[in-house]
Design a protein around this ligand. Structure first.
Ligand code: XMP
Length: 520
């Protein structure tokens, strides 16, 4: 049974913007079901009864070309409220006799001040008393207002930044309300879905749980599934969900790559066997991981090697039982978006997350990725609803390739051991000082260079370690965490005194962008 069939929903037609999923996520945060579809999929929708609103996303296309992705005119006749964002407003403009021009040479990009021109339901309780900034990222702009529309707000560069046709319930916004850089952007989305579309709050994380469980049961039937369990939040949530769905047909496999944090592996293994009573199998593969990584220093190569090795281990296991047909893993939406390439998708490739882009092209096992539409905090909510402990739910994200991408350059067991010690000191201090929960992700990395120092009366020549701690909402953007000087002093002393092989500690003060959270 489709859990969501009889619920009010908002559909988002995706024109390829990197942040389309954020629109869906904002709508879910307000308790309303949302579904992202492509233009092609629109044709197959037969029943529009429960579709309360339609959002046209941003995207890289331009309506100033002769050919551009357009929505069928019939969609405007359905009397369903429509909101166009960025490329979406330009589509609306062109369909109602407005004009869109290619922007001047420079793009309007970043924070811009917004000016109110007229009251609208869409902007109810939206404006701030002080300067109101919105996030722009566009080149084209609407230069002539479409027929039947009114101007609601402007910026210096885009006089027609918010427009509406109240009677037809069609709205357009040039900036991105879905990103956190837009002040009160979520209020615009909230007003659209509740005041304009009158959608009912019928979506809960619990319904997502039921949906996933049902889908897994229908797909897997009586076959068996290997679940790649690392003990991180995402794979733990997947393991518990899969267990609820298929019980004895689930085989959780923990691969000891030798690249995990100190003691983490044994602790996780015991927790999942004893507390959650899962069928967990442990495979020690550290030797082969170190062997294949020997002398490799390119980050993408490391990621690919690790991705391949994981699959090799799982496929070897699957040969032991003919019924094993699937591999379940905890891929999240941001993992997918950052692993896509400029040619394969509209968003450009940043790095191959091992459980997505790092996988070999040919695999015998079929993938099950129940969290691939969700963001980290949504996965955490789901974890809570399947009874995952607070300790695991609140665990900072940890990348699939593990410490291999935190020992920069060539990976050796000795360097991993040094890094495990540093990381352990750092994370324990964060917990002791009540900082762990305030930080979205923290870790230590080992830099592949040595520097000169002095200890006692002797010269030292040892490695530098880097510590990183970031605040973030979903890992797609991040700011570095502002530690007090005392804490940094303490950490530096503890690491240098406690770990042989390190004589210098640096703190990374780069945000994302321009940096990424991991260094490789
Ligand atoms: P970046 O470094 O891309 O990281 O800013 C964003 C988030 O993703 C995590 N990350 C990974 N997670 N497999 C994963 O499961 C990977 O290969 C991988 N690479 C990065 C990273 O730790 C951060 O939370």
């Amino acid at each position: 049974m489709d859990e969501n069939k009889n619920k009010d929903k908002i559909i988002i037609i995706d024109f390829g913007s990197q942040v389309t999923k954020l629109i869906a996520r904002r709508i879910r945060e307000f308790g309303v079901l949302s579904e992202i579809i492509t233009l092609g999929e629109l044709k197959y929708i037969k029943n529009f009864n429960r579709i309360k609103g339609i959002i046209l996303s941003g995207g890289p296309a331009t309506v100033t070309n002769r050919n551009f992705p357009n929505i069928p005119k019939s969609l405007f006749l359905r009397k369903i409220p429509i909101l166009g964002i960025c490329y979406g407003i330009q589509l609306i403009a062109i369909n109602f006799g407005g004009k869109v021009k290619k922007g001047k040479k420079r793009r309007e990009f970043g924070k811009t001040a917004l000016f109110k021109k007229r009251e609208s339901l869409l902007t109810t309780k939206f404006y701030k008393k002080s300067a109101h900034n919105v996030w722009m990222s566009h080149q084209d702009l609407v230069t002539k207002i479409p027929k039947g529309f009114k101007k609601i707000a402007s910026t210096k560069e885009s006089p027609l930044t918010i427009i509406e046709n109240k009677d037809k319930k069609i709205y357009g916004i040039q900036f991105h309300p879905e990103v956190t850089h837009t002040n009160n952007g979520d209020i615009l989305i909230k007003n659209f879905i509740f005041l304009i579309c009158k959608a009912k709050k019928e979506w809960k994380i619990k319904s997502e749980k039921k949906r996933i469980i049902n889908e897994v049961r229908q797909k897997v039937k009586n076959d068996k599934v290997i679940c790649a369990l690392s003990g991180g939040v995402d794979s733990s949530v997947v393991a518990l969900l899969m267990n609820k769905a298929i019980k004895k047909n689930l085989i959780c496999i923990m691969v000891d790559t030798g690249l995990m944090r100190k003691n983490e592996f044994v602790h996780t293994y015991k927790t999942f066997r004893k507390k959650y009573k899962l069928n967990v199998k442990l495979i020690n593969a550290s030797e082969i991981f170190y062997q294949k990584l020997k002398n490799v220093s390119d980050p993408e190569k490391k990621r690919k090697i690790i991705g391949k090795l994981f699959i090799k281990v799982f496929e070897k296991e699957s040969k032991k039982n003919k019924k094993i047909k699937y591999l379940a893993q905890g891929t999240l939406y941001p993992d997918i978006i950052e692993s896509k390439s400029a040619t394969g998708s509209k968003s450009s490739k940043i790095k191959s997350h091992h459980n997505v882009g790092g996988l070999p092209k040919k695999m015998n096992l079929k993938l099950i990725e129940p969290l691939k539409e969700l963001f980290k905090d949504e996965a955490r909510l789901l974890g809570k609803s399947v009874g995952l402990s607070e300790e695991i739910i609140n665990r900072h994200p940890f990348p699939g390739p593990g410490l291999a991408i935190r020992v920069l350059g060539k990976v050796t067991p000795k360097k991993i051991k040094i890094l495990q010690e540093i990381d352990n000191i750092f994370i324990n201090e964060l917990i002791k000082n009540n900082l762990y929960k305030k930080i979205w992700q923290a870790y230590a990395a080992l830099l592949p260079v040595k520097t000169v120092g002095v200890m006692g009366d002797s010269r030292t020549y040892e490695y530098i370690c880097l510590i990183r701690a970031v605040k973030s909402e979903d890992g797609m953007t991040a700011d570095y965490f502002n530690f007090k000087k005392d804490f940094l002093d303490k950490i530096s002393n503890k690491i240098i005194n406690g770990v042989i092989g390190i004589n210098r500690v640096v703190y990374d003060i780069t945000s994302k962008p321009p940096g990424t959270i991991e260094l490789e």
